[in-house]
Write a protein that binds this ligand. Sequence first.
Ligand code: ZN
Ligand code: ZN
Length: 273
Amino acid sequence: MRIVFLGCSGGRRITFQQKRASGGFLIEEGDLRVHVDPGPGALLRLIQLGFDPSKTDVFIISHRHMDHVADINTVIEARTLGGWNPGGILIAPEDALYGEDPVVYRYHRDKLKGIHTLKEGFSIELASLKISSVIRHPHHGVETFGVGFEASGIRIGYITDGRLTDDMLEAYRGFDALIVNTTFRHPRQLEHLSLEDAVAIASRCTPKLMILNHFGAEIVFWGLDRAAEYVEERTGIRTISAREFMEVKFGPKVSVSRLKLVNPICIAYKSGN
Ligand SMILES: [Zn+2]
Ligand SMILES: [Zn+2]
């Protein structure tokens, strides 16, 4: 199993001024590719890294905020080639899919092979990968769920945006790695996680690896490595900060590297052609 981060930005300022890239992350297990929270620029980042967007098998939306879903219709369009290549599965909370103001167009929902509502107790097995909802997070009144991925005895938890609760600290125990949306450096009453929350999560949930992600301005300008060190020094849990195009491979050992941009269109642009 591997994770590829298309971006690492969170919050309005960093995401919508593109101070760091956004677009969510990929989980790959065998031939299966899952794209989680395809925020702004997701399609561009896939293509820059050489991923064929028509080969994504599963899309997951943790919640309907724009930094998580801005490109969802775009990546479904690219997956289905405008309907010529129908397929793909979408997993998303009900208020992202239906109701007065869905963030996934009906046109695109109709092109998919399957749609599953992400809710408490949800679980699905696709080839060798098991995907489950972990727990609902309190987050500005929108339906928001953390997600678990399990394959070959490895469990990865995705702690998306929200206000930390005791129930969450309990629910995220037992994972080998936790991706934590650490938007703020200092705690604020805004239903987002801070570095202090990341310390509490690492201490209580004791994963082998913490991956901080979804950084707001406070952390971006303070330093991503300092943020990771802050958590690791206080907990003794190995902690890294996600960066755009970072790859984390899980096997007997965990390896971390950075993918190169390969798309010739972007190279042409950079060279002025
Ligand atoms: Zn967010
Ligand atoms: Zn949010």
